[in-house]
Design a protein around this ligand. Structure first.
Ligand SMILES: [Zn+2]
Length: 403
């Protein structure tokens, strides 16, 4: 017997799990958006539209915050400061497009549950997305055979690689079989997707995408791999993964061992350049991760979920990477205790996180810096009285249940 959950509960469960890592339903953004963007987010349920709406929302949030800060500064006769908005973490479900569905799966046979982190440029974005995928898969009884991961790097890295690959394939053109000889002329990278033996061999003997990473992309990718190791997730490098028309900087794919399982695959990556093109904003960043599950035979009710927002009483403030990494373990224990928190993974500064906590009107803060992370503890602060107490991580769920 397989340990599958009832299909009708899958999306509900998945979004419940995602909510403990800080993801909110895409629809909950609606009231923060200008009217014309509202329809885009709740009407289409398209991953690209969700990401675009997030960018719009963050821009308007940061404008509002900047205006508020300017008013305060004017009163005090001080110079106003630019306020940056926090990242937006959203979940949604949709029908995948052909380029998004896992390889070898008809996109019409599956539905997609996805999470997006818009506004986090650091490698912790990839880790949070992967961590969320792992939790959803583990909860559903799907066994992960392994993580394949690759990096194409930023636009410049990808352009250099693409030029090099084209030049190489031109030299080998006499060896290229019919399956790829035509498409080659239009899109040389398409050959990386060809399962044919001859094509695979030609690609294997050619230039490697990872050899063309810029210094910045290389160090970003190195960080992602380092965190994967520290989080105990085993991975293998897969250079072919990076071929995708949306030019992901990092791409990962999780293979499911139990073939009869409801979930057929999970994948995601960093699509900064794609979102920049869509939104016209040069600083846009997005990490996406999705679970694909069979929809054949599922009742309509399988696609409904509770989109009312779970209000959290706590905002989890993290300072520095050490704390961000350790926070993932903390979130696991809070999830098991069913204690939701708000958080962001983009900020390594205290100010923006505190103003976000203020905006959300939470009565409690959990604060973890480098020192607390080393001591396996956090500071719990009551916003109203500003009284605070050091609490050991092991005692945290019980402590928070009692407040
Ligand atoms: Zn081929």
């Amino acid at each position: 017997m397989s340990t599958q959950p009832l299909p009708s509960s899958f999306i509900k469960k998945a979004s419940d799990i995602a909510s403990f890592y800080g993801f909110r339903h895409a629809q909950s953004l609606d009231r923060e958006l200008p009217k014309e963007s509202r329809l885009a987010i709740s009407g289409s349920r398209d991953a690209d539209r969700v990401a675009e709406a997030c960018v719009t929302c963050m821009v308007s949030r940061s404008q509002k915050a900047t205006a508020a800060a300017a008013a305060v500064a004017a009163e005090k006769n001080e110079k106003p400061q630019q306020t940056r908005a926090q990242d937006a973490m959203l979940c949604y479900f949709t029908n995948p497009t052909p380029s998004e569905a896992p390889h070898g799966i008809n996109p019409r046979d599956v539905a997609e549950f996805g999470v997006s982190i818009v506004g986090s440029s650091g490698s912790i974005g990839e880790i949070v997305a992967l961590k969320t995928l792992f939790s959803i898969l583990a909860d559903s009884g799907a066994r992960v055979r392994g993580v394949r991961i690759g990096s194409g790097g930023d636009r410049d890295s990808q352009m250099r690689f693409s030029r090099e690959l084209s030049a190489y394939l031109k030299k080998r053109s006499a060896d290229i079989p019919d399956c790829c000889s035509k498409s080659m002329a239009q899109d040389p990278l398409s050959m990386m997707r060809c399962p044919g033996e001859v094509c695979s061999k030609i690609i294997d003997e050619g230039p490697r995408a990872m050899g063309f990473l810029s210094e910045k992309s290389r160090s970003h990718f190195r960080e992602v791999l380092e965190y994967l190791e520290r989080a105990g997730m085993t991975y293998e490098l897969d250079e072919r993964l990076v071929h995708d028309p949306r030019m992901p900087r990092v791409l990962f794919s999780l293979d499911i061992e139990n073939e009869d399982h409801l979930i057929v695959g999970a994948r995601g990556g960093r699509y900064d350049d794609h979102l920049r093109k869509l939104s016209g904003r040069k600083d846009a960043t997005v990490v996406r991760a999705s679970v694909f599950f069979k929809k054949k035979g599922l009742e309509r009710s399988a696609f409904t979920y509770d989109d009312r927002e779970k209000r959290a009483k706590i905002y989890f403030v993290k300072l520095g990477l050490e704390a961000s990494l350790k926070s993932l373990t903390v979130l696991d224990s809070l999830r098991k205790a069913r204690i939701p928190v708000y958080q962001s993974f983009s900020a390594d500064k205290l100010g923006p996180q505190l103003s976000e906590a203020e905006r959300l009107k939470v009565p409690y803060l959990i604060i973890m810096g480098q020192r607390e992370a080393m001591q396996d503890a956090v500071i719990v602060r009551r916003v109203e009285t500003r009284s605070q107490q050091m609490v050991r991580l092991i005692d945290l769920p019980l402590y928070l249940k009692a407040v």
